[in-house]
Write a protein that binds this ligand. Structure first.
Ligand code: NAD
Ligand code: MG
Length: 392
């Protein structure tokens, strides 16, 4: 029985994780659920899954949740950041699903790595911002790091895991990272000037939280995933090629020196990579509809358009600067927040990232404090830049 802590339990990944867990009560137990402030959702999840503990980041939300659960379920309610870090390291938990959105998820994910947990990583921003530190913590803590991001889960499935085949790791010629292209694929940069948050969040294939939906529309997500793949599989950016594949059926591919190309295919449903990360090296049923290739009909591929989507070009630049991706990701979080609250335009997102990268001094952070300081200075620069923008 794996006792699972779900960080970001009320989000898109958190709910899909709990759906898979709920299908296998003999294998998995939702031991700790953690989220930001949505009391209604957390109340329903606690009544359904009866976790031993629930943590709300917001004190008010925790107090309200405690009142609502009293006498109905045994779940103990906790408030704030520290209990998330503590439970991520606790003996009560075997497996941690890191699915908080953004940099806010770093400290708990890092704690799980240090404590040597089975760590299912959805929160790519944590790895992108603190890659060196994070991978060291995984190694030193003896954690088992399993990628949940669909592309990286696909890569993981196509790379050798059998010890006899490990030499093949050196025979990887290229990792082909697929991208759907998002809702604005095929459009010019000029035409993206007036797009609304709802248009940006209307992803053609995937249903996701709003932040990652905007990241997919701007191709920031692919930039973050490029860095994520470099850290996870110890690659140089030049060994990874982004290929746009609008149907989101192939989730990524590995090309070997002998010409073989291995791909992982599946429905665009996150329950598949979540189930694989929970069950590896086994597999479990995930509630996902079988892939019907005849109905799918065709699989298309094209190159990304870096003129229309300059965020991906900026990521290729930032990834070669020490500390660059930490600043890139922080500036993007500020810009996406501002775009979602209609303070800046969609095309101001790349401008904010570029201005931030140009205005702050960058170096590779080696401690958590240094990562936090770099993140803060990028946020301050990005906030100053977005505050000067008026969209009338
Ligand atoms: P979401 O917005 O749907 O959910 C975010 C979750 O994080 C919520 O439960 C929220 O309560 C919680 N949260 C936010 N701030 C918090 C804080 N300070 N403390 C505790 N909890 C906090 O986001 P999502 O789409 O589920 O994405 C989660 C992560 O997974 C992101 O890093 C995203 O990039 C990654 N990811 C998502 C998908 C997807 O299909 N949704 C795919 C790949 C990777
Ligand atoms: Mg992805």
């Amino acid at each position: 029985m794996q006792r699972v802590m779900v960080l970001g339990a009320t989000g898109s990944i958190g709910l899909s994780t709990l759906d898979v867990i709920g299908r296998h009560p003999d294998k998995y137990r939702a031991q700790v659920l953690a989220a930001n402030r949505s009391v209604d959702q957390m109340e329903a999840l606690c009544l359904e899954h009866e976790p031993a503990h629930a943590v709300m980041f917001s004190d008010d939300a925790a107090a309200e949740l405690e009142i609502r659960l009293k006498g109905r379920v045994e779940t103990l309610v906790h408030a704030g950041d520290q209990p998330m870090v503590d439970f991520a390291q606790s003996d009560e938990v075997d497996t941690v699903m890191a699915a908080i959105v953004g940099f806010a998820g770093l400290s708990a994910a890092l704690a799980a790595a240090q404590a040597g947990k089975r760590l299912l990583l959805a929160n790519k921003e944590a790895l992108v911002s603190a890659g060196g530190l994070f991978m060291n913590a995984v190694r030193e803590g003896g954690a088992l790091l399993l990628p949940v991001d669909s592309e990286h889960n696909a890569m993981f499935q196509c790379l050798p895991s059998d010890e006899r085949a490990i030499p093949q790791m050196a025979r990887v010629e290229k990792i082909l990272l697929t991208a759907s292209g998002g809702p604005f694929r095929g459009r010019s940069r000029e035409s993206l000037h007036y797009v609304t948050p709802d248009e940006a969040c209307a992803h053609p294939n995937w249903s996701m939280g709003r932040k990652i939906s905007v990241d997919s529309a701007s191709l920031v997500n692919k930039g973050l995933e490029l860095a994520e793949a470099c850290w996870l599989f110890d690659r140089e950016p030049s060994q990874i090629e982004v290929v746009v594949h609008p149907q989101s059926i192939i989730h990524s591919l590995i090309r070997y020196v002998d010409g073989s190309v291995l791909a992982q295919l599946g429905q665009p449903d996150m329950r598949t990579p979540i189930a694989y990360s929970l069950s590896w090296p086994d597999r479990v049923e995930a509630g996902v509809e079988a892939l019907d290739l005849v109905r799918t009909g065709r699989l298309d591929f094209e190159s990304p358009n870096l003129d229309a989507f300059p965020c991906l070009r900026l990521a290729y630049e930032a990834i070669n600067i020490p500390g660059g991706m930490c600043a890139f990701s922080a500036a993007n979080e500020i810009a996406v927040d501002a775009f979602l609250s209609q303070k800046i335009r969609f095309t101001d997102i790349d401008r904010t990232i570029e201005a931030t990268l140009e205005s702050i001094s960058l170096s590779e952070p080696t401690t958590l404090l240094e990562v936090q300081a770099l993140d803060r200075s990028a946020r301050d620069a990005a906030t100053a830049f977005t505050s000067d923008i008026s969209i009338g």
